[in-house]
Structures are given as structure tokens and as C-alpha cells.
Design a protein around this ligand. Sequence first.
Ligand SMILES: Nc1ncnc2c1ncn2[C@@H]1O[C@H](COP(=O)(O)OP(=O)(O)OP(=O)(O)O)[C@@H](O)[C@H]1O
Ligand SMILES: [Mg+2]
Length: 237
Amino acid sequence: MTNILEVDKLNAGYGKSHILFDVSLNVEDGTICAILGPNGSGKSTVLKTIFGLTTVYSGSIKFKGNNITGMEPYKIARLGIAYLPQVDSVYLNLNVRENLMMSGYILEKNEIEERIKYVEEIFPVLKEYRDRKVYTLSGGERQILVMAMALIRQPSLMMFDEPTAHLAPKIANQIFEKIKELNKSHGITVVLVEQNVKRALEESDTAYLLVSGKVNYYGPSKELMANEKFGKLFLGL
Ligand SMILES: Nc1ncnc2c1ncn2[C@@H]1O[C@H](COP(=O)(O)OP(=O)(O)OP(=O)(O)O)[C@@H](O)[C@H]1O
Ligand SMILES: [Mg+2]
């Protein structure tokens, strides 16, 4: 059992605005780790910091044992981390296929074709809609495209920021199923920021609860689900 990601006593923020305080977080290879917490608690900032998009004051981030603290995002991406931000990151005026090609631009041409076939097998809807402009797709279909665009680069760790936000429950379920499939069948480790706390706990192996930029709790998701105080606070039980 090895940790693919090790975050140790991280202090980080935006310029002088200190947001994360001594955040430590370990993600075991092949697992799903949920990051939960109220609005503004720093969940997105954790993902952005791992991906090299904020200012780190102290602490360290290791990926597969290598120190990536302060590394540029494109280098972090090349090492095998995919970051799927909260906002839509697709090109609306391009079609599905063109979007997939854009995200594979660092690859050789024949390699791109191979990888597009690979993601079309996982997400058949993208094959069906390959020539459709992305602005004609539904929210759920766009989220699938975002996942496929990240997969093109064959990451070993995928970090999702609220992948089911604004989606109908049925569509959100499909996204959760796909995330599980990526984890179970393709061996991809997942860090998942979710506002659907109950579902996130059901789908994850471990969970971290952030409050005001600090880790308030961490442990097996099952334990958090059974925790009465937590249930009252976040699950409405
Ligand atoms: N680019 C930025 N510059 C300065 N402060 C920021 C920036 N982005 C976020 N913040 C601040 O950092 C804090 C944590 O924000 P963050 O987006 O990480 O929270 P979150 O837990 O993801 O919230 P939500 O559940 O609403 O997505 C907030 O106080 C926010 O105002
Ligand atoms: Mg956020």
C-alpha cells in the first residue's frame, strides 16, 4: 500500500491571502478520496495548490514520491495528474472531436487517434456526438467530455472539483458511475471534491473534512458516515 499523493503541513493561498493552514493529506494508490466541507472552506484551493496554481508558503506536496511543490502546472500534468476544475473547461464552439484533439495536443498524431478511440470506448456517447458543437451538449454530456479530455493524457491521478454540480440526480449518478469505473477498471486514483456529501462518502474510500482551511477530520468514509455529529451537521440526519 503506497501513497500516490502526500501533502504535508501545507500552508498556501493567493498572494498574501492565506487560505490553507497546515493541511496534510494522503491518498493511497488506487483509491477514491473525498474532500468535503462548507462553501469557502478551501476545497478548490487544495486541488489548485496540488496542481501548482496558488502560492505555497510552507509544507510539501509529493506525487509518486517526487516533490512537486511549486512546480508549474504543465509539468505536473505531464507527470500524470489531471485537474478537472469547477468551471466548464471545454471549447464551446468546437465539436466534440476537436475538443478531444485540443487536449491531446502534446501527443503524436497517431497516438492521439489511439487515445480518442480509447476514450470513445469508455464514453460511447462521445463517438455518437463526435461532430456536434459542444454548446449543443447537455451539462452531463459536457462533464463527460471534460473527463474524456483529461483521460486522453492517461493520468494516474484525477482530481475532480464538483463534477456533478448543477446536474440532475439521474445524470449525476451516471457521472459517479463513470468515476467509479475509471477507478476500478482503469486503476486511476481519484480525489473528489463534492457538495453531495452523502453520495461522496458512499463512493469514496477515505474522506477529509475541511473547515476554514484546516483539516477538521479525516479517515475512512464509512466512519464519517456513521459519525453522528457529522451526520447532523452535513447530512441532515
Ligand atoms: N483567486 C482567488 N483569489 C483570492 N482568494 C480566493 C481566490 N479563490 C478563492 N479565494 C478564497 O479562498 C477561500 C477558499 O475558497 P475555495 O474556492 O477554495 O473554497 P471551496 O471550499 O472550494 O468553496 P465552494 O464550496 O464554494 O466551491 C475563500 O475565502 C475564497 O474567497
Ligand atoms: Mg470550490
